[in-house]
Design a protein around this ligand. Structure first.
Ligand code: PLP
Length: 346
């Protein structure tokens, strides 16, 4: 029996047709396709513009630099999140300051963020974990520039407004298994022309008059063509994800599992449940029965920094189990996930 992967990109003939003319044209580095991809995503979010990059981490690094964050500055970030956040803050020579999460929503706890706020805090990175919008209204009064790490919530909205349009900057990733993919890739988006201009300038080193340090974080036209084809499919991707999530909820709700929170405007990037005990034994049994479930966060960030006192992030990390959920997951595969979940948790 073939096991069901935890994640997998959803690609088709349209993607091949989108990249073939770019390849034939010979213009394969950053060019017109990148500009179109930036404009299309900015339009979709209702923001001024975008700066496409080689990865989400690169976009996050650019966002910090564009906001003037550097040595001596603290950046608040959720502890229960991708370590990409930590690396971007380190790359900017700033100091990461993890904040505990609400183990029910998996998102940043606004009260904990308030407590972590010091005069040295210069920005807050917020993640919309697994597609659930963070408590944006409770975070804005902190008065810190907000960077939305929105990679897991493309297409989600908070009170009717697209996620990714709230902060001073938003960052997306188009890694192979994100909501849409370019293989590797990312984008910084903002309403602030100065942030966009700084991002564009710092993204490329060539033909500069001054001697400021810059990077090579550019996206290629081949990747952008792929991204444009994927962006067209985003509505159908989100519908299919929602369909599978609804099926899981209906069929798994009798199990002793905490189901993902429902919230208007949320989308389903991951279907994350919490069992009564530690995730490890359940993960091993799911795996042995042919379902690749995962811990959705590899390790909470406070642990990398040797810090203690993050009970919410610890609970989320110990208990969370992410079940396979992606548009190319078939109905039969979803049924196999459900049957297997009953064997393990029933
Ligand atoms: C995937 C992801 C990143 C990192 O993006 P890469 O393209 O892998 O560098 C950062 N933040 C969040 C919330 C992500 O989901």
């Amino acid at each position: 029996m073939l096991s069901i992967p935890h994640s997998r990109p959803t690609l088709g003939e349209e993607e091949l047709q989108a990249i073939a003319p770019v390849l034939r044209s010979g213009f394969i580095a950053q060019g017109a396709q990148v500009a179109t991809f930036e404009a299309e995503l900015a339009k979709r979010l209702g923001v001024r513009g975008g700066v496409a990059t080689s990865s989400g981490t690169a976009a996050l690094h650019l966002a910090l630099l564009a906001l003037g964050i550097g040595r001596g500055d603290e950046v608040l970030l959720p502890s229960y999140a991708s370590s990409a956040l930590l690396h971007a803050v380190w790359a900017a020579h700033a100091t990461p300051r993890p904040v505990d999460c609400d183990p029910r929503s998996f998102n940043l706890d606004p009260e904990a963020a308030k407590r972590a706020c010091s005069p040295r805090a210069k920005a807050l990175i917020v993640v919309h974990s697994f597609g659930l919008p963070a408590e944006l209204e409770d975070l804005q009064p902190l008065g810190l520039p907000l960077i939305e790490a929105a990679a897991q919530a493309l297409g989600a909205s908070f009170k009717g407004k697209p996620v990714g349009s709230f902060g001073e900057a938003a960052v997306f990733s188009f890694y192979a298994t994100k909501l849409i993919t370019t293989g590797e890739g990312g984008m910084l988006l903002s309403n602030d022309e100065r942030v966009l201009a700084a991002g564009r300038d710092l993204r490329a080193y060539d033909q500069k008059e001054d001697a400021l340090p810059r990077l090579n974080y550019k996206m290629t036209d081949l990747e952008a063509a792929l991204g444009l084809a994927q962006l067209k499919k985003l509505p159908q991707f989100l519908r299919r994800r929602d369909e599978i999530a609804t099926r899981y909820r209906e069929r798994l709700s009798a199990l002793p599992l905490e189901q993902p929170l429902r919230f208007p405007g949320r989308i389903f990037y991951r279907y994350v449940v919490k069992g009564p005990g530690r995730a490890d034994p359940s993960l091993a049994r799911l795996q042995a029965l042919g379902v690749e479930a995962r811990r959705p966060v590899f390790r909470p960030l406070h642990r990398y920094l040797g810090l203690e006192g993050f009970p919410g992030a610890e609970e989320a990390w110990e208990r969370a189990v992410s079940l396979p959920l992606y548009p190319s997951l078939s109905d039969e595969e979803a049924e196999q996930v459900i049957r297997t979940a009953w064997e393990v948790f029933g």
